[in-house]
Ligand binder design. Sequence first.
Ligand code: COA
Length: 255
Amino acid sequence: MTATVVITRTDGVLEIRLNRPEKKNALTRAMYDAMADAFRQVDADPTLRVALLTGTGDTFTSGNDIADFQARAAGNREASASRFLPTISSMQKPLIAAVNGAAIGVGTTMLMHCDLIVAARSARFVMPFTSLGLVPEAASSLLFPRLLGHQRASALLLLGEPLDAATAHEWGFVNRVVDDTALMETAHEIAQRLAALPPQAVRLTKRLIRHGASDVAGRIDEELALFRERLGSPEAAEAFKAFLEKRRPDFSQFA
Ligand code: COA
């Protein structure tokens, strides 16, 4: 069986590639765990300097697997990402994202915890939490208003409006936008530059830039508590069912 997360090491850089293209790299519990393990590996191994996250095919990731959301709603409400989110947000070494196409839901919110983001021209960022009957996660309800201002964050998080690569660059959400064919070369070039720098200075600088992590951790927990509740809500049940039945959801029945 092909691995759904492919890990490749090049010198001091660990590339973590989401690899479930037939489902647009929708994230299963096993994929979240594999990413979290890889981040821990980078922090623990003194010969590794940088992690680089990307996806196979035309999508970075379509977010949490909706069938998995549905299964969790029916039984265990523990969100699949509950170990992944604290791990990515507390990583000590730099994490670069190379966004190859759409980044949906947690595909976008996880990027708030990356230090540098390179986007392909085809990249698109969408957080359709409300239309799934859910609430934001990964401290995005704190970090997006902080980065973009209240109104823009509301358009993204309340309305679920998509953000294209050029606008994301203009708004300061991504560092660079490059042709799709140049994405990996550019991302690896940046990773190698970081890997060549003095590692302690890099780690300390990341820590200073991320200062204030305690309010991030608190918001992740607060969001997760609500998220778990929402997973079991009738609104979310209708949204998940509609997606899997390939029809438009009907929220008119809800007060
Ligand atoms: N969970 C489960 N399956 C997913 C998925 C997800 N998040 N995203 C895509 N898939 C599946 C589709 O059901 C389809 O499966 P099938 O071939 O068995 O029918 C397959 O991946 C291909 O997706 P499809 O929708 O046909 O591709 P597309 O190019 O038309 O659209 C997306 C791609 C990513 C825009 C679209 O699939 C989408 O909107 N996905 C849901 C995103 C979402 O709401 N995520 C949750 C965020 S919290």
